[in-house]
Design a protein around this ligand. Sequence first.
Ligand code: FES
Length: 352
Amino acid sequence: MALVTVTIDGQTVQVPEGTSVLDAARSIGINIPALCHDPDLTPVGACRLCVVEIENMRNLPASCVTICTEGMEIRTNTPRVREARKTILELLVSNHNLDCMTCEKAGSCLLQDYCYEYGVSGYVFEGEKHDYPLEVDNPFYIRDMNKCIVCGRCIRACEEVVGKNILDFVYRGFKTKPSPFMDTPMSESDCVYCGSCVTVCPVGALVEKDRLGKGRTWEIEKVKTVCPYCGTGCTIDLNVMDGKVIGVTGNPEGDVNGRFLCVKGRFGYEFVHSDDRLKKPLIKKDGQFEEASWDEAINLIASKLNEVKEKNGADGIGILSSARCTNEENYLLNKFARAVIGTNNIDHCARL
Ligand code: FES
């Protein structure tokens, strides 16, 4: 691939043709603030926070949508650039709900981080504030449009990652916000509740219901594992607090899914600590289930299988496996059927 050479804050770097100024800067460790930009979504240049100075350009272009060209000289942190960014942040927080002390996203909110970095207090511009009711009509997440910064990441995730196109901007001007068609409630839309919009939201406008008050981001331990729900094998991070799973997020390194999951993988983790979950084998005795040891249960199953085999031969037994098992478990079951029992009667729910 052809390369172009640019200079960023005095450092010369070669990047593939078509690379944005933002990505070129980040590739050499120069962090340019960005709110509407998400590496998994198409850049749109909406928030203008990523502005930079480029030699021979009068205006301050948004670096996320400006492509590097040969010989470009870029400055990312001049007083003019910093002042522009600070004004953008002041404007963004002028109608923002400044409840950072209790906001679920505090500590992992990009807007909060940048306001801290640029010394933005939130009290420079005065004017109208939104007073939207919390949208709690769906089972999995809360939409607080008072905190929305209209970056459009949720809209692009729904369109580009999920392909559902549930969201778009509704209304115009100050009233603009992302919503389903005609501003109907999420629960009346075709939303599949995969939570991709929540994943990409950079502020506290979209938060998971079940996570509320359960722990700050920096307190949570992330344990990498594979989603147990189907054979796709998405890589997930169990979000663990005090030994309990309090949430699940997609693992950005996951080859299959990256940061995105389906509704079951993202929100269906309550079973892990459910009181209804079976933790010991049960054996039916006199019509009632009774707890048993694993040895007892396995011996009973072995004796029943032997009974069937003696009476009807090995092909009297059939085994059904599951995509919810790991590859190793399915391999073992295959061996068990063919090599131990002696039948080829084994099938799998994911076989087409
Ligand atoms: Fe570039 Fe928003 S991050 S315009």
